[in-house]
Each structure stands twice: as C-alpha cells, then as structure tokens.
Design a protein around this ligand. Structure first.
Ligand SMILES: Nc1ncnc2c1ncn2[C@@H]1O[C@H](COP(=O)(O)OP(=O)(O)OP(=O)(O)O)[C@@H](O)[C@H]1O
Ligand SMILES: [Mg+2]
Length: 233
C-alpha cells in the first residue's frame, strides 16, 4: 500500500452563485505522505480554505478524486463520511469553535461521544490529551474562562483526541498575538514530532517555516510546492 495519507487527483471545485459559476479550485494534484508537516500558503481568495474543507471531508469536489488512507472518499455514504471526519481528521479553526458553557474536558471528550466510547474512557483520554497540550490545570474551565491561546490548545486537544490520520489547521494562529502564536506552533511541532501528519494554512512566513514542505496556491492552482526540511521516518 502507498504511504500517502492524502492522494488528490485533478480536483476541481466550482460554486454556483445565482447564474454564475465561480471556479475556485481548477485542478489540484497533491500527494501527502504520512508524518509530513505541510504549510499551505497563498493570497486571500486563492482557495486554501476550500481545499482544506475538501481534505477534511467537510465538502466534496465538483470533479476529481480524493483518496484518504487509500479510501476513495467519493464512494462513501454520508454516515461513513461523518465517521471518517470524526475518527480520521482533526480540524483546528482560526476561531477555535469550542462549545460555550462546556468545560475544556467535555469539549475535548466530545468527538469520543460520537465514536461511542464510554464515559470513563472519554474522561481518561481527554485528561491525558489536555495534560499533553499543557492544560492539566484548566480542565474544568469553560471557554470564556480561558485565554485565546488556551482556547486554541483545547481545540488542538479536541482535534487529537481520536488519534486522527491528519491534523488540519486553517490559520490556527490567525486570532492570536505573536507570542501566543509561537506557543501554539511549538505545540504543532510536538504533535508532528509524535508522528502525526499536520497540514496548516498560514499567511505568515515565520509560521510556515515550522513546516517541512510549503505549498503555495494561486488562483485555484498549485503555484509552487517546495520541501525545505526532511523528517525522520
Ligand atoms: N460557498 C461558496 N460559494 C461561492 N464562492 C465561494 C464559496 N466558498 C468560497 N468561495 C470563493 O472561493 C474563493 C476562495 O475562497 P477560500 O475561502 O478558499 O480562500 P482562501 O484562500 O482561504 O482565502 P483567505 O486567505 O482569505 O482565507 C473566494 O473567491 C471565495 O469567494
Ligand atoms: Mg481561508
């Protein structure tokens, strides 16, 4: 079997807007190996979030194929897709997207509810993950009782909790000051060093330097794809 966790061929994504068809992705080919650390860059409107949503199975392409871990995603039912989203993909958003009035522990445990894990298992694993993201002393805090950086740590913990195949992060430091952004990047570096596949969108070169491969989109196509570091297998 190929060691590509992501295998994208000729992906096109058009959106219908009234009578008009907006062509956003115009034929993307992309292979990403397990354990890689990729930064996705490009001007605003170039299609980065659209591509991330496809990779995260939050959206489906107009044409082209997407294999995740060798499985052709287009062949799956809605239930199977929801299952893959929950177990194979960890998504981190710029705006954290945590449940309000819900503790850090319960936010992190939530994906395990859908995965059918027992409460005991959920709490044990969520505790372990919160400790690993440096929030062992904030487990009972709700999002509004946490700083922005802490909220993003909770969101990263939630993304990791089911041991997904890929971690997708769309501008994870976009709403953080630069010092907090550096702390969150140290966390992504650690997650990558632990053997995870990480793909993140950023506008900032200093953030992209953490990655081992930088892909630049322009106007819906890959303009450049440059590896700047190797990683140990
Ligand atoms: N649902 C939609 N319907 C119509 N057009 C859309 C839709 N989603 C995205 N687009 C268009 O696709 C283009 C790319 O959007 P996308 O959000 O992928 O850009 P981006 O590269 O993530 O930009 P940014 O850096 O600003 O986040 C934009 O021109 C946008 O207007
Ligand atoms: Mg975007």
């Amino acid at each position: 079997m190929s060691d590509n966790v992501i295998d994208v061929r000729g992906i096109v994504r058009n959106f219908k807007l009234g009578q008009e068809v907006v062509k956003v992705l115009k034929g993307i080919d992309l292979e990403i190996k397990r354990g890689d650390y990729v930064a996705l860059m490009g001007p605003s409107g170039s299609g980065k979030s659209t591509l991330m949503n496809l990779l995260g199975c939050l959206d489906t392409p107009t044409s082209g194929s997407y294999k995740l871990n060798g499985t052709d995603v287009s062949s799956l039912s809605d239930d199977q897709l929801a299952d893959i989203r929950n177990t194979e993909i960890g998504f981190v958003f710029q705006t954290f997207n945590l449940l309000p009035r819900t503790t850090a522990l319960d936010n992190v445990a939530l994906p395990m509810v859908y995965a059918g894990k027992s409460k005991k298992e959920r709490n044990a694993r969520a505790t372990e993950v919160l400790e690993s993201v440096g929030l062992g002393d904030r487990m009972d805090h709700q999002p509004n009782q946490l700083s922005g950086g802490q909220r993003q740590r909770v969101a990263v913990g939630r993304a990791l909790v089911n041991n997904p195949s890929i971690i997708l992060a769309d501008e994870p430091t976009g709403n953080l000051d630069s010092k907090t952004g550096i702390e969150i990047m140290a966390l992504f570096d650690k997650i990558h060093a632990d053997g995870n596949t990480v793909i993140l969108v950023t506008h900032e070169e200093e953030i992209a330097e953490h990655a081992h491969r930088v892909i630049r989109l322009r106007d819906g196509v890959i303009e450049t794809d440059i590896r700047n570091k190797e990683w140990k297998e």
